[in-house]
Design a protein around this ligand. Sequence first.
Ligand code: AMP
Length: 484
Amino acid sequence: MGVCTLLGNTAICTKRHFPSLPFFLFRRWRAPTDPLALVRYYLPISGFSERYPYFPFYLKHFSDLGLIEPLNRAVKAEGYTTPTPVQAAAIPLAIRGVDLLGVAQTGTGKTAAFTLPILQRLDESNRRLTPHATRSLILTPTRELAIQIGVSMETYGRYLNQRHTVIFGGVGQQPQVSKMRRGVDTLIATPGRLLDLMNQGFVRLDQVEIFVLDEADRMLDMGFIRDVRKIVSKLPSRRQTLLFSATMPQAIVSFAEDILYEYERIEIKPEATTAERVGQRVMFVEKANKQRLLNQLFDDPAMDRAIVFTRTKHGANRVAKYLGQNGIEADAIHGNKSQSARQRALEGFRDGNVRVLVATDIASRGIDVDDVSHVINFDLPNEPESYVHRIGRTARAGAEGMAYSFCDADEIDYLLDIEKIISQKVEVDLNHAFHDDRIALMHATPRKGGKSGRSSSNQGRGGRSNSGGGNSGGGNSGGRRRRR
Ligand code: AMP
């Protein structure tokens, strides 16, 4: 490492020159040149910044991450100056070809944390495209997220000459097949349609140099993990793998150990940061009064761009219809809606024509809209992790936001589970017309042996810790299992 550093910005060493040093040090990469940047560059990699997070030099600028000029230019054009913690931790490692296990959720800037290194590494290896093949594969659970990542690829790769395409189900396959005819640098895909096109011989994965599995926990929740395993079995075993997951249930930990090789673990603590940035209130209300309470909340003009979460698709439709009948522009987004209807709803919401988006959890994963003023949990989620994802919609890219949660008598256990994983009590809002003291009392004195406590299964390796302000690990926390 030291030798490459001394040679400066364009250092390219080969294993042949330094046979005793580990292989990964000899990938092509560019170290920053000025002394201060060098300090910023190496401290996080050495684990120093993890041990001394207050150290003032800890990566503060994008230009210190070791990205090539066309990427720095694209990032600057986007108006980013400071990398988010996941970017600061992941990019320097990923551009050196290291496998990563990233515990980070959407909203932390993780898309750039993997798209920028992909663009850089593919630019550096500069191999030819092979018909029907892709040089990197990003697997993601939902269509919306796939489209969103495609947009990010386009944005960050605007000064490079790389081809990418997005494939997902629910639309005709022909345009996707045509795009794959020449081959692409990056393929962004949902698992079902990808397998389908692979089985028909339109997509091959034997040229993949970099594989990203995004939102692995959501893949598991949505029942895609078998499909993902099938896809992984078609990848070359010599590749770089980056796995991102918002939470780390045991199933994901074992899966990660199967598919990663000598990986570094990066852990961003979104629970704590989100909880700090989002104002949270719980409103104890009878089920029958929830719609009226919702309607009343929208009397506040400050609530100009809100996402309302329901547990079911029918619930989402009902709430959107009710709001519409009361003169509040609302649209629903969930898995039963066609792709074009979902896109229309999202665009209306982004443009400001639709004030309220009513969503289920699965659909919410692809909602990348800044400046969401409020999140309202019309129903509390039965998985406490979803609460964190939901309220994170209103604290994107460092913004602050407000989250209201309606809690009826049947949802007390869900609320207790949530409070357990965010390690704090949610402040009770008593100042609304539908406050129900009986439910508040049930919450204050939970019965013994209730359902709450189920989240303890998710307390494994790093899934739930709430300490600290979002810096990352790296260094010594990686694993070494050989991938399958
Ligand atoms: P993601 O977690 O990738 O979905 O990103 C969440 C939002 O943060 C997106 O709207 C990005 O455009 C924005 N974003 C990502 N990285 C940065 C950064 N370094 N500075 C400011 N905004 C960013």
